[in-house]
Structure formats: structure tokens, C-alpha cells
Design a protein around this ligand. Structure first.
Ligand code: HAM
Length: 422
């Protein structure tokens, strides 16, 4: 019997895994340049953290969580997103009592019991970034710039930044009431009607054409913003303009998680069809208090690395995947006795910073040279009985087949010089 991964699990194996690595690294290095620190948080949490943090009325909590009781009778949930866990961890480790804002990033698997389809998985991967402890609109724009620079550094062009403000405790209730009044007058089914009372903003997100048509005249939050929220929103937009980051005002943009207020945004890719959201985020100034912490404003975003891989593939259509860390030198033992010498050589090369691999097993010269070609290496380093007794390595340039005998002790320097010149 053979096994398959459970339905909806996203996996990356070579060579495609190189694209995944490239995507994650683009975000990590953009975050590092903005002085965000890496952290690792719990993959599973108390279920109540997500119920209180992400919100009882969100689809994620109502329908999509992987929840189970552990052997000790605890209610556990696999993280459906990172933000609630990151804020929990920041509070637990008292980072908020040090310098603010706390600027952190993390990445890994997240889990949502959704209907799997292209670009939508049950186990998927996010890169997540959070700035916790300031209301300054400059940090809103900073998070957007970090994401924007990462997308563009990957060569992505066909995406749009959608920007909205969801208001705050002062103005959102007024808007919510106006929206509910409008929605109650529409011809909607029972599920949508239930939503009007529970989470009316989600109705704006209904994708069905017969609902969309009726929503044309719905009131929008940005018309109801209080003075402070309007000033904050204007400041963020002004800063994005200053940074030459194009955005579209999207007054109907609704996010799927309940903790948002003020600035919210999404990055949408034009070539991905139904699952076009390649990232999204926003402010969550009330989240810390919702999970029992002190008042502590925050903002951040998460991107779906799976969808970014798909976006890269769609924009670089036809271009072959470049294997991540291509091998530079491939050691070839001529005869069985020289495996040890070749292993010693490649280990010394690696310690000198050269990416080196070798032929394992009794392959014969032909098989070993084929493996060397396949590895993508620029040079093969051959050691047979003759080389061993002479203390040399035969370096073969795999592009032009030129050969040089090099003293083993000088092999690393010889290679580094030639690799640098390439
Ligand atoms: P989210 O919009 O739920 O936000 O997810 C962020 C991104 O994760 C989405 O834009 C999408 O690219 C990806 N994603 C979500 N669900 C799936 C899925 N089932 N399969 C593949 N990709 C998926 C959050 O998770 C917030 N925690 C973001 C945030 C951080 N807000 C503030 N800080």
C-alpha cells in the first residue's frame, strides 16, 4: 500500500521547491532590510485564542478550523493564521514592555478546512509580518512598502494594491447600523440574512452576481470615517504616493478576519483567477485587548507563498525553474578506494564556501560524469589512484572540457578564483 498526502495539502519538491524558497527569501530579506526580526511561534494554540482573536463571526473560526482535543483534554487548534499567535507570543514574552514598535516576521504552514481548488489549500504557507505598538500611519505605509518591494523583487508586475479603511470604535458602529438598514431591504437568502445581523460587512464580500447587483448602492465605510480615522487614512495614502507605490481605493474591500480596524489592504494578482489574493493585512488595534492583553495597536500582513509561486510561474511563463543553490563543483571518485579522498576534498571546498557535491555509490566514470553534468556544476573534481599519490585533483571544466591538475591543498583557492570570474 502506498500513501498520499491528505486532501488539500500543498507540498513543494525539487525542482519547484526552489521557487518556493525564492519567494520566502524575497519577503524575508525585504523584512530584514526594514529591521524586522525573525520569530517562530506555536503551530497549535488554545482554540479560544482564535475564537477571541480572529473572531467568532468569521468564516475561518465558524467553519474552517482544524480543532481537536489533545490527550490531556485541552481544546487545540492548528493555526489558521499567524497574527493572533504572534500577538499572544509578544505579550507572553513581554516584548511590548521593551522598545516599541515590536517589529517581527515569521513564516510556515497554516491550516484552514476549505474546499481545495487551484491556489486554495487546507495546509498552505504564509509569510507574516507584524509591527506592534504604534498608531503611526507611517508604519502602515512601511508594512505595505515591505510587501510591495518583495513582490517587485520577484519580478512580479501584474498585481494591484487595494486599500481601504474600516474605521474604529467610534465610527464603525454608525456605519454598521447604516449598512444593516440598507441590507435588510434587499432580497437575500437565509444565510446572507443571518450575516446581516452577525457580520454585515461580510455581505459586501458576497461573490454571487444576484447579490452583487443589489449591493451597488450600499453605503461605504469611507463615507462614515470619523475625523481621526479620516486623517489616518489620508496620511497613509499620502505616504504611499510619496513612496510611488500605486494603489486603488477599494471602499468595499472586506477582510475575512474580524480583528481589523482602520487601514486594510490586499494585493490581487491579475493572472490567478478565483484565488487572486496574493497577500493582505491591516490594523488590529483592539486585538491585544480581545485576547486579554493591554491596549496595544498593531498592523501587519500575511502573504500566501503558494499563490506567489503560482504568480511567479504565470508571469515567467515558459522559463525553466532555476534550481536554488546550484552545485558549483562535483567530486568524482575514480575507483572505489578514492571515495574517502573525494569526501575530504568536497568537505574542504564546502568549508571554503564552494557549493560542492559528489558521486556516491559505485557508478563508474560514465555514470559519475553524467551525475556531474546533471548537477549543474561548472567543474568536476576527479581523484583516482594517480591523483591520490600525487596529492593533486584533476579539475575538468564541464563547459569546454579543459583539464588542469591542481594540488589538493590549492583546490579551493583555484576554484574560488575561477568561479568568481564567471
Ligand atoms: P488572510 O487574508 O486570511 O490574512 O491570508 C493572507 C494570505 O494568505 C491571503 O492573501 C492568501 O494569499 C493566503 N491564503 C489564505 N488562505 C489560503 C488558502 N486556503 N490557501 C492558500 N493560500 C491562502 C491573514 O491571514 C492575516 N493574518 C494577515 C495579517 C497579518 N493581518 C494582519 N497581520
Amino acid at each position: 500500500m502506498t500513501f498520499q498526502a491528505p486532501k488539500g495539502v500543498s507540498e513543494y519538491v525539487p525542482p519547484r521547491s526552489a521557487l518556493f524558497e525564492e519567494a520566502r527569501e524575497a519577503f524575508a530579506s525585504s523584512a530584514r532590510r526594514a529591521c524586522y526580526a525573525a520569530m517562530e511561534t506555536a503551530v497549535f494554540e488554545d482554540t479560544a485564542l482564535f475564537v477571541r482573536g480572529v473572531g467568532e463571526s468569521s468564516d475561518v473560526v465558524r467553519k474552517e478550523m482544524y480543532t481537536f482535543e489533545d490527550r490531556g483534554g485541552r481544546e487545540i487548534t492548528l493555526r489558521p493564521e499567524f497574527t493572533a499567535g504572534v500577538v499572544r507570543s509578544v505579550l507572553e514574552h513581554n516584548l511590548h514592555k521593551g522598545a516599541l514598535p515590536v517589529k517581527v516576521w515569521t513564516s510556515g504552514a497554516a491550516f484552514r478546512y476549505e474546499r481545495p481548488q487551484a491556489g486554495r489549500f487546507r495546509q498552505f504557507y504564509q509569510f507574516d509580518l507584524e509591527a506592534i505598538g504604534t498608531e503611526d500611519p507611517a508604519v502602515d505605509a512601511e508594512t505595505i512598502a515591505v510587501a510591495y518591494d518583495a513582490y517587485t523583487s520577484l519580478g512580479l508586475r501584474q498585481f494591484t494594491l487595494l486599500l481601504n479603511s474600516l474605521g474604529d470604535k467610534t465610527c464603525r458602529p454608525v456605519y454598521r447600523k447604516a449598512l444593516q438598514e440598507f441590507l435588510r431591504g434587499l432580497d437575500l437568502d437565509a444565510e446572507a440574512r443571518e450575516r446581516i445581523e452577525l457580520n454585515p460587512l461580510r455581505v459586501l464580500d458576497d461573490k454571487r452576481p444576484q447579490v452583487r447587483e443589489q449591493l451597488a448602492g450600499a453605503p461605504v465605510m469611507t463615507d462614515y470615517l470619523c475625523k481621526d480615522c479620516a486623517a489616518h487614512h489620508d496620511a497613509v495614502r499620502g505616504m504611499l504616493e510619496g513612496l510611488s507605490i500605486p494603489f486603488t481605493n477599494a471602499p468595499r474591500l472586506v477582510r475575512g478576519l474580524d480583528y481589523y480596524n482602520r487601514t486594510t489592504y490586499e494585493f490581487d494578482h491579475a493572472l490567478l483567477g478565483a484565488q487572486s489574493g496574493i497577500g493582505g493585512g491591516g490594523r488590529y488595534d483592539g486585538l491585544s485587548e480581545d485576547i486579554g492583553g493591554p491596549p496595544l495597536p498593531g498592523i501587519g500582513f500575511a502573504v500566501g507563498l503558494d499563490r506567489i509561486v503560482l504568480a511567479i510561474e504565470s508571469e515567467r511563463s515558459g522559463a525553466p525553474v532555476q534550481p536554488g543553490a546550484r552545485c558549483q563543483v562535483f567530486g568524482v571518485p575514480l575507483g572505489e578506494d578514492t571515495h574517502r579522498d573525494v569526501l575530504t576534498l568536497v568537505t574542504a571546498l564546502r568549508r571554503a564556501g564552494v557549493r560542492a557535491d559528489m558521486a556516491f555509490g559505485a557508478r563508474g566514470l560514465k555514470g559519475a560524469m553524467k551525475a556531474a553534468d546533471r548537477s549543474g556544476a561548472a567543474f568536476a573534481a576527479l581523484i583516482g589512484d594517480h591523483e591520490r599519490s600525487a596529492g593533486t585533483v584533476r579539475m575538468k571544466n564541464l563547459e569546454n572540457s579543459e583539464q588542469h591538475d591542481v594540488p589538493a591543498t590549492e583546490a579551493a583557492a583555484w576554484l574560488l578564483e575561477r568561479l568568481a570570474a564567471r
